[in-house]
Design a protein around this ligand. Sequence first.
Ligand SMILES: C[S@@+](CC[C@H](N)C(=O)[O-])C[C@H]1O[C@@H](n2cnc3c(N)ncnc32)[C@H](O)[C@@H]1O
Length: 304
Amino acid sequence: MAGVAVVGPWAKEKLDALGRYLDFYSKVLKNQSWRTVYVDAFAGGGRAIVRGEPKRPAEGPSLFLDDQQVDAEQRELVDGSPRVALDVANPFSRYIFIDPNPARGDELEAMRREYGASRQIDVLRTDAAAGIAWVVSAPISKASHRGVAFLDPFGAKLNWSSVQQLADTGLFEVVVNFGLNMAIQRMLPNSGEVPDGWAKTLDAYFGTRAWFDEVYHERAGGLFRTSGFEKHPDYSERLLELYRARLKSAFGHVSTPRLIRNTKGAPLYYLLWAGPHPKGLKGADYILKMGERLRVRGGRRKSA
Ligand SMILES: C[S@@+](CC[C@H](N)C(=O)[O-])C[C@H]1O[C@@H](n2cnc3c(N)ncnc32)[C@H](O)[C@@H]1O
């Protein structure tokens, strides 16, 4: 099991939502003549170890836990997004898995051999931008193909230009991990003095500089206050809505967001669906709102 990625327990909620959507999608397209393509642009290795709640260290609190500190008995092996997609009841005609990490690439290759001739699989050991550019330049067309791309980056490594390329084909739907709390908020200092590198990353992620005005406004200088920038109190919601609006204008339809929280209830990221077809929207909305319904039924907190 050495080298297999370790993920938080909330990954199961993400994978469950993805699996349900892929099931819905592949059932709807089952009796149609299109060839179907599944693209996993940040694929991971196909399996991951889910860590349980870390045990409290004997002495004093520790902010950082490494793999060794995670009790082996608390570990559970789960299928990652590639295997979730490969195992849907009505498989896709073709699977494209993208990951530049050498260990993940090896795991994906082993998985490809394991499935043998039962699935048509390509493993691209490159980054998402190059992989998606390859996919959209392949001989696929709206007349003959339909597809789903899962965009599940670490941090803010997803370029808007890649999302737009998928939208421009007219045949892809996307399920996106919008890393608002895990990635984006961390690049937004209260002062508004966003370091150049982070600003460039955010420009590429949103495909526009508009994120800045959704986060910051000029502070009025007063007798005792210096002028400068401060954050809008609702800047998180504004950024989410900016990204949803961009997806809607690129694809035609965008889902309500599904908030994924950690085990302590802190927000981590949102799952969003976007695509060209209202039927896809209906299915995605139903599935993505499911977390909310389950929580309410279980008597726990209602997600935002
Ligand atoms: C969140 S994990 C993916 C988990 C997987 N989608 C799942 O649900 O099982 C992100 C993956 O992206 C890969 N990665 C990092 N930078 C990347 C890039 N620029 N393009 C594509 N993949 C990248 C990492 O190696 C890692 O395996």
